[in-house]
Design a protein around this ligand. Sequence first.
Ligand code: KG4
Ligand code: ZN
Length: 357
Amino acid sequence: MSKKPLILGIESSCDETAASLITENEQGIPVVLSNIVSSQVEIHKEFGGVVPELAARSHIEKIDWIVQKAIDDSGKKIEEIDAVASTAGPGLIVCLSVGLSFGKAFASALNIPFIAVNHLEGHALSPKLNSQLNYPYLLLLISGGHSQFLNVQSLGKYKRLGTTIDDALGEAFDKTAKLLGIEFPGGPQIEVLAKKGDPNKYNLPKPIFNKGGCNLSFAGLKTAILKITKNIKTDQEKFDLAASFQKTVEEILYKKTKIAFNDFEKQNNLKEKIFVVAGGVAANKKIRSMLINLCNEKNYKSIFPPIELCGDNAAMIAMVGLEKFKLKQFNNLDHPAKPRWPLDEKATFLKGAGVKF
Ligand code: KG4
Ligand code: ZN
């Protein structure tokens, strides 16, 4: 029986300090041995968003014991680890530097390979931690910093089909929550409030709904919600606005995903049609069930990571590390932290004004 790779993953790109050990079984299926995530929500709550300096300090304070706990919980010994995979971007540079430097030092001390991981690739491969998943697949990545449709052709080979031209979807959830007086990060709370509201009460805009292919836009929604919240007086009105916002997002994603399906099918000769949804917003049950129904309608197999692996974690970073380790794709110890690191390096930078469709 050959020794299976044992990979340590480290994540510190934003406000979660995380470490995980993963390996694979005899059938080559990944096995998560430990997955430790320490959230900084309490630190950033009073500021209504992530404060980079405070986030970096907290990563520095926690990283040693988080990694130690990940090793202890895995039941493995430190000298059994075969490689270290750290997030190198995209993210806040002061935060990335903590996990990246720690990973490099760890790999250097143990004299094992170091692997620099793209955080977005971590989200993209996260469903592999619990599902058999073959390339190519269509990925909808919806997180706090990104919203994009990607044609995932193989490890490291991504073709962007569409992206947001302004806010990310998680950002839109968080900003809507803030306008409704919900503490940061309010995205998951919107889902809770929406259950008590009337989704048809407010008619909200759907920016670039009928143009721009499968590109997305959410900034106009936030402006409309700002206007409505000025006249909101009762809790019921808040619930109704949360429900109307969520329903509008569902309608936008339904339409844009259908367009992405067509674009994906044109680019690939498909034996099997697979749709993967990842990133923090993939934890939203209402959005999940709408997308599952759409997949059933269009003969796609839908794959979601388990809820606990939708948000930022190090198991997904170790997952990319495992695949790269098997292909001997290692990095030098001078690999830089990359605050901006698109998965599709060729895709044009759409964010900002002046985008014409
Ligand atoms: O992937 P993630 O943990 O971090 C980034 O890489 O950005 O995503 C975090 C985002 C936040 O904006 C959060 O509000 C949103 O995901 N989110 C949700 C839900 N759970 C997390 N948005 C809507 N519904 C949820 N249940
Ligand atoms: Zn993330």
